[in-house]
Design a protein around this ligand. Structure first.
Ligand code: 5GP
Ligand code: ZN
Length: 103
C-alpha cells in the first residue's frame, strides 16, 4: 500500500468502489465517471505507478490484467460488440491516477 494513493485506498477498502472482480492479485471496479456504457478499471493490488514502471517479472501480472479485462467484458455483455482495453501512461498519455490500471 502506497500512502496517499487513491487506488491503493480502494484496494484496502478505505474508499468504497463498485467492485466487479477480485482475486489475490487483481481488483476491478466500475469507473466513478464512466466514459462509455461499460467502463471498468482493472488494477493490480500491488502498487505499480504505470506500465512504464514495470519489469519483465511483471509480465504474468500484466497478462492476467488483460485476461480479467476480457472476462469482465464477457460478463458485462460487450464482448461480442467489442471494446477497448486502455492503459493511459504518464502525463502526455493522460494518466491522472498514478497506480497502474486498465480501462
Ligand atoms: P486515468 O486518467 O489515470 O487513465 O484514469 C483514472 C480513472 O479513474 C478515471 O477514469 C476516473 O474517472 C477514475 N477515478 C478517479 N477517482 C475515482 C474513484 O474514487 N473511484 C473510481 N471508481 N474511479 C475513480
Ligand atoms: Zn497505489
Amino acid at each position: 500500500m502506497t500512502t496517499g494513493c487513491l487506488f491503493c485506498r480502494i484496494v484496502s477498502r478505505d474508499i468504497p468502489a463498485a467492485v466487479v472482480y477480485e482475486d489475490e492479485q487483481i481488483l476491478a471496479f466500475d469507473d466513478i465517471n464512466p466514459q462509455a456504457p461499460v467502463h471498468t478499471l482493472v488494477i493490480p493490488k500491488l502498487h505499480l505507478s504505470s506500465i512504464a514502471e514495470t519489469t519483465p517479472e511483471d509480465a504474468p501480472l500484466l497478462g492476467q490484467l488483460i485476461r480479467v479485462g476480457s472476462q469482465i467484458a464477457r460478463d458485462k455483455g460487450v464482448a461480442e460488440t467489442g471494446y477497448r482495453l486502455v492503459a493511459n501512461t504518464g502525463r502526455h498519455g493522460g494518466q491522472s491516477v498514478l497506480h497502474l490500471h486498465l480501462h
